[in-house]
Design a binder for this molecule. Structure first.
Ligand code: ZN
Length: 242
């Protein structure tokens, strides 16, 4: 199987359109999505609809659950909570129901897809440090687990003897006796100081992964956030990439 994996779109239609165009240009037929379709940006309905049309599988993210009242937003920072309340007022009933149907975890062709962590997907734990990643390996049996959530692309591998480390190469081969947790970064709100949209290409035949970065129309996405009356800081951070 060859597939593109996307995550954390966050209602950023400009970034999503650019990513899907790039995937089609590469003639990749299958797109899998790790959730957070909404929250932060100005086009929730359009992003839900485009994702539903173009992707094979979508798992739920914490912002998707928050938008439909399944996750308590009192734990969100004030700006994220405000964006969720705006989203709740601005998505259609049909799209509300679509978000409500998403599962937390899916397996396809021996890869695991989950928004936050394989251990407890519903707790939305963040994986930043090597120890945080390391703890997760016993909770999945597939060779590869794709995650999103932190908006920071990162790859951690574990060897059969338990040795675990970050992998800095990109693209990189999948080595047989290693397991991998791969954070593919964010389409719509990157936070690694690189404002370009991020997604991954998984090539199961050639056993390789490539994390792609892509320019998109940031000024337009920013203008829409301001015009929608969403917090201006959400526009600023798109350009800052954090
Ligand atoms: Zn997110």
């Amino acid at each position: 199987m060859k597939a593109a994996i996307i995550s954390d779109i966050h209602s950023n239609l400009e970034a999503l359109q650019a990513v899907i165009k790039d995937i089609k240009k590469r003639r990749i037929k299958r797109i899998l999505c790790l959730g957070d379709l909404v929250g932060y940006g100005a086009n929730p309905d359009e992003c839900i609809e485009l994702c539903m049309r173009e992707t094979k599988i979508i798992v739920a993210g914490n912002h998707d659950w928050a938008a439909i009242g399944k996750t308590d937003i009192s734990v969100f920072n004030p700006v994220a909570a405000e964006a969720i309340r705006w989203t709740q007022k601005n998505i259609s009933k049909k799209n509300f129901n679509r978000l409500n149907k998403l599962e937390l975890i899916e397996t396809v062709d021996s890869i695991l897809l989950v928004h936050a962590s394989p251990q407890k997907p519903e707790q939305w734990d963040y994986l930043f440090t090597l120890d945080e990643f390391k703890r997760q390996f016993e909770f999945f049996k597939t060779q590869v687990c794709f995650v999103g959530h932190s908006h920071i692309p990162s790859v951690v591998f574990q060897e059969a003897n338990g040795y675990t480390d970050f992998l800095r190469d990109n693209p990189f081969p999948l080595i047989d006796n290693r397991k991998y947790i791969i954070n593919i970064g964010s389409v719509g709100q990157p936070r690694d100081l690189d404002p370009r949209a991020s997604y991954a290409i998984y090539d199961g035949n050639n056993k390789s992964i490539d994390i792609i970065r892509l320019d998109y129309n940031i000024p337009l996405a920013q203008q829409k956030i301001i015009d929608a009356g969403l917090p201006e800081v959400l526009a600023d951070r798109l350009l800052a990439g954090r």
